[in-house]
Design a protein around this ligand. Structure first.
Ligand code: N7H
Length: 563
């Protein structure tokens, strides 16, 4: 990262000097409040010279590995009217981008603020990258979230035509800003709005994410979030005295190529979790040290969810605390049902040890005697999204580990008061007064990781077993479903309604710091495709009856987004 020596906010040379800006915000006093929603076990710990993987933390952007641990964030979604504007903007903005090393070094300090940038495939097109390079990206990234609606189940109410109008636009890049203080976040947003304007780049939409004031670290349904994250070899400190292959107890260490390109990944089908697999690559050479970002704006119907939990509790003869734990797999405090057993009252409230790093994630399902989901239902949210040691069609636990993501979400919107009436709740459920989760996650393959979890696991009522049912929290399709509840009075819960709706999002690529420099420079000339020699009959491939022939250079229906 180059650091500018321009005076702050020099209008003629609009380069954001992040360190200078931070200095202006005050020092780095010890923090008392971290944002538990985002705290991965690795983010709170210093670096280690661990396990033969040398991660280039000066190159990797900060939100990927340590994650931004700030209560106030914003996603500034921009569009490039021309490739030269886009490149000039990127050249100006890239010096404000925080690396993984900087974010890690200041982990646990207060008054931090950070900036990261990611680009969509239409954004790379708009920057003028050559077609020969653009076509090397995987199909799902080229298509983008909107065109993958069938794959992830964004149909019906979740369909793009029902998203709020500002979210229906094409976004070329997202600037992620994060700060401990709301005022500092606001200053950063304003600076970036000005910087964009100075380069003719359009700010098409800004999404604000904030820790809940009444319950920081908890999402809007009331559950503590951001607890279980995969460990990353070479980054997460092994901290389980009984297992050197884990970060915190229960947190298996995975090869970093699952989350950052250019490093060894998991070995794949049938191999043990520790076995080193191939170097993760995707797209052009400059993607090394980069990561794919999935963003989903997920609206939450809090009043509906509360009523649902009440009715499940009543119908199944459970307390509301236990009914919620059956649906999620953890009580609201974060205490894992697998460890605590069935309790009428959230045991995390009276036994804080359950919430310690040593215990909160240290469980399996099958090994702990719950193959059938009698304790933690097979469709409980944390079991659907990470079945741990439950054998699945994907294989054993090591194969399940090839479908993990690093979650970096943050709530948006105000909390719904506990005593909200149905009418007042309905009035507060529409954009822009709605509430939910800005779900963000990083991975090296959107298809194998986020999409696989959403479609093959969450949405499929037969995963991990034929009778499991759907995830009651985030299943998108089909519209109705069932949730199996062994041990309840009726054994199942009808899911007649969804409580989480997709209201926006996109697929992005978050390049390394040096790749941001590459992308801000003039692109290389396109590599001409070698013309095919004419076929003996001179006519080339004959179109099949009823099918239009594809034009040369067409995108083959892979849905390259329209810039
Ligand atoms: Fe989920 N919730 O409140 O119920 N999530 N999630 N999620 N989620 C988790 O361990 C929630 C969403 C995962 O390793 C917890 O951090 C809500 C999407 C995964 O044991 C809670 C929304 C996807 C895990 C919630 C939402 C996932 C996980 C427990 C949307 C991916 C870790 C706390 C509004 C497709 C599982 C924790 C593990 C945990 C909730 C979205 C995935 C409380 C409300 C879209 C992998």
């Amino acid at each position: 990262m180059t650091e500018t020596t321009n005076s702050d906010h020099d209008q003629t040379k609009p380069v954001l000097a992040r360190r200078k800006f931070l200095a202006g915000l005050g020092g780095a006093a010890a923090s008392t409040v971290a944002f538990p929603h985002l705290v991965a076990a690795e983010s709170a710990r210093p670096l280690t010279a661990d396990i033969a993987v040398d991660l280039d933390l000066d190159e990797i952007q900060g939100n990927v590995l340590p994650g931004f641990n700030n209560h106030h964030q914003a996603l500034i979604l921009v569009g490039f009217p021309s490739s030269s504007d886009g490149r000039a903007w990127l050249a100006a903005v890239r010096s404000s981008v925080a690396s993984a090393r900087e974010v890690t070094a200041r982990s646990g300090l207060s008054n931090t603020s950070w900036v990261n940038i990611a680009l969509s495939h239409p954004g790379l097109i708009a920057l003028g990258r050559p077609r020969s390079e653009l076509s090397t990206f995987p199909v799902e990234f080229r298509a983008g979230l909107v065109k993958r609606a069938n794959t992830v189940g964004d149909l019906g109410v979740n369909a793009v035509k029902n998203w709020p109008a500002p979210l229906q636009q094409v976004f070329h890049a997202v600037v992620i800003v994060a700060a401990d203080q709301a005022d500092d976040r606001q200053s950063l947003v304003q600076q970036h709005q000005q910087l964009a304007a100075q380069h003719g780049v359009e700010v098409r939409h800004v999404e604000y994410g904030d820790a809940r004031v009444d319950e920081p670290g908890h999402e809007h349904f009331g559950f503590r979030d951001g607890i279980s994250q995969p460990g990353v070899r070479g980054f997460t400190v092994p901290a389980n005295p009984d297992d050197a292959e884990q970060g915190a107890p229960g947190q298996d260490l995975l090869w970093p190529g699952e989350f950052v390109l250019g490093y060894p990944s998991q070995a794949g089908p049938g191999a043990d979790v520790e076995v080193q697999g191939p170097i993760a690559t995707s797209g052009p050479d400059w993607t090394k040290n980069g990561s794919y970002l999935v963003f989903r704006r997920l609206r939450q119907d809090v009043a509906g969810f509360r009523a649902f939990i009440r009715s499940v509790a009543k119908d199944q003869g459970l307390s509301e605390d236990l009914a919620g734990a059956k649906i999620v797999g953890r009580y609201k405090s974060g205490a894992p049902l697998a460890l605590t057993g069935e309790q009428d009252t959230d045991p995390g409230l009276t036994n804080p040890a359950l919430l310690s790093d040593e215990q909160i994630n240290d469980f399996e399902f099958v090994d702990d005697g719950d193959l059938n989901g009698d304790l933690v239902p097979l469709a409980a949210h944390i079991r659907k999204t990470y079945p741990r040691d439950h054998p699945t069609d994907d294989g054993g636990e090591a194969d399940t580990q090839r479908h993990r993501v690093l979650r970096r979400g943050i709530p948006f919107g105000a909390s719904l008061a506990a005593d909200a009436t149905p009418d007042s709740a309905a009035a507060l459920a529409e954009f822009p007064n709605d509430r939910g989760l800005l779900f963000l996650c990083y991975q090296t393959s959107i298809a194998r990781q986020f999409e696989h979890v959403q479609q093959q696991w969450v949405n499929d009522p037969t995963f991990p077993e034929p009778n499991a049912g759907q995830d009651a929290i985030i299943a998108t399709a089909p519209k109705t479903g069932e949730f199996s509840l062994p041990g309840g009075r009726t054994g199942h819960v009808a899911l007649m309604q969804r409580f989480v709706t997709t209201t926006g999002g996109g697929y992005f690529f978050q390049p390394s710091l040096s790749a941001l420099a590459t992308l801000s420079a003039a692109p290389p000339a396109d590599v001409p495709t070698t013309p095919r020699p004419p076929r003996p009959n001179g006519s080339g491939r004959r179109p099949r009856p009823g099918r239009p022939s594809r034009g040369r250079g067409g995108n083959g229906g892979d849905g390259e987004g329209t810039p």
